[in-house]
Write a protein that binds this ligand. Sequence first.
Ligand code: 6PG
Length: 477
Amino acid sequence: MTQSNLGLIGLAVMGSNLARNFASRGFRISVYNRTNSKTNEFIKNFSSSAKKQGGALVGASEYTEFIQSLERPRKIIIMVKAGSPVDGVIAELLPHLEPGDIVIDAGNSFYKDTERRFLELKAKGLHFVGMGVSGGEEGALNGSSIMLGGAPESWRELQPALEAIAAKDFSGEPCVTYVGPGGAGHYVKMVHNGIEYAVMQMMSEAYAFLKIAYNLKPPAIADIFEKFSQGKLNSFLFDIAVPVLRRPDDLTKKGFLIDKILDRAGSKGTGAWASKDALDRGISITSITEAVYARSISASKESRVALSKLYKNKLAPKKLPLPKFIPLLENALYAGMISCYAQGYDLIQKTATEEKWDLNLAEISRVWEGGCIIRAKLLNVLHKAYQTSGSKNSSLFAVPGIVSLMKKYVPDLRAVVGVVSASGVSTPALATALFYFQDATSKELSANFIQGLRDYFGAHTYERTDRPGNFHTNWIS
Ligand code: 6PG
């Protein structure tokens, strides 16, 4: 019997698309789903097209059959909901596996779970890979960005297949890389999602100001975003902003869908994971965390509506003529985005040091150039800037190619934050992107004052500017 190159468990949209992607690149892949009818339907719908593309999809109704169909070492991708379902599938698989087999979790798992699973399977002579996959349904089918964490030998086994299904970067190379050991792949994917939250929040702040201050209708805002996406803000998220804003409301046949969508943002928690992790490690990722908070406050719709009756916040837009404001906004968003990346990269670096992971920010930027949700022209700029500077890991604000960009665009970020805030429109992500940059590049901060207060009420001691050591003052005497 011809054996399959890979196995995949979990045929929800992401899993089925990933399996079809492998088959379309000539791989033979066995699939298993808890509900057997789903497997049968999948095979019925897609196996003939897979065959035409030179690959094969093989359905299995039981684990024994599934396992026997795989060549060794077995490479089994799990694509189920993060959390206990992943542990459940691993527990079911374990009795069937043999030393050397590789289990790959391609879902959005929390990196600490991945670390635990890595060690648990290692103790049994098995390899566990935590694979961050970004790009949604479309990426899973046609090419995603893949961040792999685990043992280097697992990477060597999987590299050819993953390179075949990955998206391409700006030079046509596959957007897949070995990030580092254990949970490093899922960690970097988590930070990717944090940046995704922050960028979307900044875009929504720009949308709100254009809508409120300039009274623009969705198609007019779409035109502005479309123009932005043809320039330095070129990216997937700015591209999709255009159809989201232009879509008419099919249900009522009146107006635009965006005006009918309730202003309550959902989340699956990966942004909050990044924020909590940053707090634990003492790293400031304020724009990412503000984006998480903005979703939280959006969720309290009833309370917001009730309170708005008490306060009736009067918006007094202080606006520049629109043609003057648009280029400022474009530059502000660009500087804001760089600041978000600086925050996310700072977190990655701190974690890499603490966990002893040898991460490479040029390479991480490169694999985000294509396939993933935050893919953007800017990622190529970041990749090249790190590559040219020769530094794999210095602060993004210190990288020569970035210094000139920030010097050029931060004044416009400052102007936009000022104008928007003065108008009574909230701009938490853009404002913190500015404040983060200012504080991270400031020789002096006001923390001396905090230290004085702490020492007064709690004898917490302080350091001095003119000599080493810890000091305490008897402030009352
Ligand atoms: C991706 C996305 C993907 C998913 C997020 C969204 O990279 O493909 O990030 O992972 O869309 O889970 O998360 P929220 O539901 O929390 O916005």
